[in-house]
Design a protein around this ligand. Sequence first.
Ligand SMILES: [Zn+2]
Length: 330
Amino acid sequence: MPELKLYDPFTTMQFTDEHCFLCGTTITIQQRTPVFGEWMQDKYNLRNKELLMLDKSVTTFGQLTIPCCDNCHTNHILPLEKEIETAAENGYEGISSLDPKRIFQWIGKMYYGTLVTELIKEKDPLIMPENPVSENLQMLGKFKTFLQVLQSLRVPMVFSDFLPCSIFILQVDPTEDELPFEYQDELTTMAFSIKLGPVVIVCKLLDNGIIRNVLSRLYKLTEGRQLHPIQVAEFKARVFYAAYIFNVVPDYFIRPGKPEDEQLVLDSLIDDITNEVFNPFEPLAYAHMLEEMWKPWSIREKEILEKPQQPLTFLTDENGDLKTISRFER
Ligand SMILES: [Zn+2]
């Protein structure tokens, strides 16, 4: 019989090096799993690459590990990493043919692993963070909800009619691109992006695919196309900004089952009556986001907002079709 009980470390704030991050089993401090798969660290030479943490401390991709029991490591994490590694060998086709639920779990593990690292650190009396995540009840509520669906990695779980995130897979034009790997995540907005060679995955966790729907027309335009890096950066800005103004947290409910059930079925509900799903679009805030993403091209806010109601775009032309960016345009 599979184990169908979900683990909740949030009620007692059980974030220590002696509890598996995924199932809560008591472990030794030597039992850990890397947040970033070993294969990825090797392939993109990440082991000594620096990573800025929320509390502004610096670690490396190689150093970032989280407490994990042998069972979860061997039976849940390693097979997932293997699956993504194999898919990534086949580039865009490989990644696109993955089950989106597996991509969700993979991204979710990196996201949650980074978060858990923060929460464990905040328990250290010598570390006094300015804005501790562990004291932000609203955020903790969101993370608790997130861990419910992330546990699909360990507990057989069916999502009834939703995916707990929005995933976008983009291709970069290799002749315009020199960056082998890039990684970005935002703890509070749950926006995430990772670049593996010519493939960029952009994701907003815990929105039940709403942002994917909102951006579906634009996303469709990019299908089968190799984008200029400036277009990828803009697409990321759109997703990250949508995540920033996203204003609701889904609720997940476990369907009442029978003792002999072999899996959980989760239903979901978004309360869009008490709250608007999105806060209003603000051109200036969007321009800031875009300016940040366009840093390599030094395009400033003033230029982006020359027509405030139509921020500068390299994605679509006046007919709403995908723009072709010529090699020397920028
Ligand atoms: Zn475990």
